[in-house]
Design a protein around this ligand. Structure first.
Ligand SMILES: [Zn+2]
Length: 309
């Protein structure tokens, strides 16, 4: 069943009891382990060749993400006509992909993940770095959050400010996509309320996720703690000061934009050809995405005054 039919079914059930579905119920109905796993499977398939920076495979992944943005019904976020933001002047560099869900309130909230991974191994039986956890899981999470936002909006419970969805390229090559974004941001950095960056959200102990944003990320962490009161994941908060510049939240934090990383600990398949979809915990990825969706909506409804630029 598609997610909109699910929500309609949910409303009909709720209707018999007289109450509209809560945002939590809508988010849980739209963001399912099966939906997340299906996207991870496609993006981490051998056909995607490891999606490595400056390769036709990264371009193939970029086209796949654009089609997903279209089918969810998001708006072009790089220019009026395009999701694509160039990372540098090299024509072979794949782009960042930026989509928005426009809202009328003050400020912006960013939900992001990188889509690039690693070039093939030189030899061996299996040479393709599938990058299922790193970071097809984060992209699947970002798409699930976007889908949930659309379903919430259709019920009049959507976010109050514009949400910006960014699929970064060039993360594995040195955070090149996120560095390019903060150099040429599509929305003013001082008007970004928070950045929710997901990088590896589908391995490790059940229902457990690490969240790192340090002092600068505190407003985002506060929103997440609040949202987790009902979702009740085991959150390991700010245990890794060395992770703050390890993924795409880093360039934002350096510009004092509140940002956090959602990630699991490194595991036996980290940066190995065995990081494949069969090994992921799709329930964990779905639960982390549900937490992000609820935190984003709640944060969008709190007052916001832009920081001084
Ligand atoms: Zn990664």
């Amino acid at each position: 069943m598609n997610s909109f039919l699910c929500v309609v079914a949910l409303m009909m059930c709720a209707g018999f009891h007289g109450d509209p579905p809560t945002p939590h119920a809508i988010v849980r109905t739209v963001i399912t382990p099966d939906a997340v796993r299906a996207n991870v499977a496609e993006l981490s398939s051998d056909e995607m060749g490891g999606r490595f920076f400056r390769s036709p495979f990264a371009e193939k992944a970029a086209k796949w993400i654009e089609a997903k943005f279209d089918s969810i019904g998001l708006t072009h976020g790089a220019t009026k006509e395009s999701y694509r933001q160039a990372i540098d002047t090299n024509v072979e560099s794949g782009p960042n992909l930026i989509a928005t869900l426009p809202g009328s309130g003050a400020g912006f909230i960013v939900v992001s993940a990188h889509y690039d991974h690693l070039r093939p191994k030189r030899s061996g039986e299996d040479v393709i770095h599938n990058g299922a956890d790193d970071n097809a899981s984060g992209i699947a999470g970002m798409l699930a959050v976007a889908q949930a936002m659309k379903a919430l909006a259709a019920q009049g419970a959507g976010p109050s400010c514009t949400i910006v969805f960014i699929a970064f390229n060039g993360e594995e090559a040195g955070l090149l996509g996120s560095r390019a974004f903060v150099k040429a941001p599509t929305v003013p950095l001082h008007e970004i309320r928070g950045v929710f960056n997901m990088d590896m959200i589908s391995r490790g102990p059940p229902r457990e996720i690490c969240i790192d944003g340090g002092a600068v990320g505190e407003p985002v962490t506060a929103a997440i703690k609040n949202a987790n009161k009902e979702i009740k994941l085991k959150m390991r908060l700010d245990e890794h000061p060395d992770w703050l510049d390890r993924s795409d939240q880093g360039p934002f934090l350096k510009k004092l934009v509140p940002a956090v990383l959602f990630s699991v600990e490194d595991h036996e398949d980290y940066h190995k050809v065995s990081d494949e979809v069969a090994k992921i915990d799709a329930s964990l990825a779905a639960e982390v995405s549900q937490l992000v969706a609820i935190a984003v909506v709640e944060m969008s409804k709190t007052p916001f005054v832009a920081r001084t630029p």
